[in-house]
Design a binder for this molecule. Structure first.
Ligand code: GDP
Ligand code: IMO
Ligand code: MG
Length: 424
């Protein structure tokens, strides 16, 4: 058996955390492969609600090993806080959490530069967690990695060199006071004792685990249209949430990936700026936000809401090679008399043949809608596919057909229990 990748198929917040928690019962290892604490993955078990930012959502299953891969950017303070929070809830991560030695560290200057670049007029609407600036340093080959924590002399040298340069940028370009290098050196020199026990040669561990017949789930953060290459650039994050990123971000080769699960929300949301063709700026959008409690799990910002976009999801299927879909938040659509589904885009009066990720075009496209009947029934207590009203099943069949996806899991509420499998 090979590894399974789980990806967000839209603009993030599709309910990845909930589905990872649900299916990780059947996996030995869960791995995060990109992003950082910009992610907010919610898991609700009974009355307890957890929001995970850096640690894989499999951590709530006692027998699951969790791994943070090399593709992730780690804010050590955020990591230690999350470990502490789990401990307070009697979840001990020691011996169950491993971190790649090659993962990059988010430094205080990354967060500062993130906030400075967001203070101007062309904002991306980032989470402010320092993600972009950290990946900039990674690709500029100036990054500081987890492994560097173990060599104090070299670590200090690297921090001092980097801060010297950043302080010049802060002062000369942004007319801002520089950072206190001694304070940051002191802070970062202390992380080795707290983090040392989690550091691992992750690619070797994961490949050996596969050799031994263990099963691995790769948990994507963000979503397909926030991907640095395939998303709505420049309104994207700075990593590769799509399935291809799972290989480079973990050290598992493409030949060992068996399947790709796409998490698809039954409508569409987006946080931050950028094009969103099916966005609803009226009461219906407000209704989706209210019923769906669409507020960011990391920043608390209201999420922009809109109709399901089958054209967008079919592109996501292609880019990720999605083999199976978990459809979430279907319950939120209950109570809408009519439901629109976008089945294509028109640009300058012509129907587009393929999905444009070019933002100038995306800003101009007109969604082509087909309207379906809603169902006026509470479906949040449904336990089987057969329990769903006929009109709900019609909606599912319609969006599956228009997006070319196969829905295998349906989620009708935030709790573990509010989920069922579709017998094909
Ligand atoms: P993620 O980033 O993809 O893990 O998603 P988030 O946790 O940011 O956002 C999903 C939100 O929807 C969370 O508050 C979940 O508890 C909630 N949720 C997940 N699945 C369902 C569902 O089927 N129905 C409802 N009503 N809420 C859900
Ligand atoms: P999960 O994993 C939704 C968005 C931000 C912004 C853009 C860039 O919970 O689905 P960044 O801080 O990454 O530089 O911000 O990406 N964004 C997310 N939107 N869900 C997320 O994660 C997101 N992580 C980043 O709102 O538009
Ligand atoms: Mg989220």
């Amino acid at each position: 058996m090979g590894a399974t990748v789980l990806v967000g198929s839209q603009w993030g917040d599709e309910g990845k955390g909930k589905i990872v928690d649900l299916i990780s019962e059947g996996f030995d290892i869960v791995v995060r492969y990109q992003g950082g604490a910009n992610a907010g993955h919610t898991v609700e078990i009974s009355d307890q609600k957890y929001v995970l930012h850096l640690i894989p959502s499999g951590i709530l299953r006692e027998n699951v090993i969790c791994v943070i891969g090399n593709g992730v950017v780690i804010d050590p303070n955020a990591l230690l806080e999350e470990i502490e929070l789990l401990k307070k809830n009697d979840i001990d991560v020691e011996g169950r959490l491993f971190i790649s030695q090659n993962a990059h560290l988010i430094m205080p200057y990354h967060k500062l530069l993130d906030s400075i670049s967001e203070s101007g007029s062309d904002k991306i609407g980032t989470t402010g967690k320092g993600i972009g600036p950290c990946y900039i340093d990674k690709y500029a080959r100036k990054g500081i990695r987890i492994i560097d924590l173990l060599n104090r002399t070299e670590l200090e040298k690297k921090i001092r060199t980097n801060i010297k340069e950043k302080n010049e940028i802060l002062l000369k370009i942004h007319q801002q006071a520089g950072l206190d290098v001694d304070e940051i050196v002191k802070e970062y020199l202390e992380f080795d004792t707290a983090i040392d026990k989690y550091i691992k040669d992750v690619p070797t561990f994961l490949n050996q685990s596969l050799d031994e017949g263990k099963s691995i789930l790769l948990e994507g953060a963000q979503g397909t249209f926030l991907d640095i290459d395939h998303g709505t650039y420049p309104f994207v994050t700075s990593s590769s949430p799509t399935s291809g990123g799972a290989c480079t971000g973990s050290g598992i080769p493409p030949t060992r990936i068996d399947s790709v699960i796409g998490i698809v929300k039954a409508y569409t949301t987006r946080v931050g700026n950028g094009p969103f063709p099916t966005e609803l700026l009226d009461e219906e959008g407000e209704k989706l936000r209210k019923i769906g409690v669409e507020f960011g799990a990391t920043t608390g910002r209201p999420r922009r809401c809109g109709w399901f976009d089958a054209f967008l999801v079919s592109y996501s299927k292609m880019i990720n090679g999605i083999t199976s879909v978990a459809l979430t938040k279907l319950d939120v659509l209950s109570g809408f008399e009519k439901i629109n589904v976008c089945v294509g885009y028109e640009l300058n009066g012509k129907r587009l043949k393929s999905f444009p990720t070019n933002v100038e075009q995306l800003n101009l496209v007109k969604p082509i809608y087909e309207t379906l009947d809603g169902w006026n029934t509470d479906i949040s207590k449904c336990e089987r596919y057969e329990d769903l009203p006929a009109k709900t099943i019609k909606y599912l069949d319609f969006i599956s057909q228009k997006s070319g996806i196969q829905i295998d899991i349906i989620s009708v509420g935030p709790k573990r229990k509010q989920t069922f499998y579709v017998d094909q």
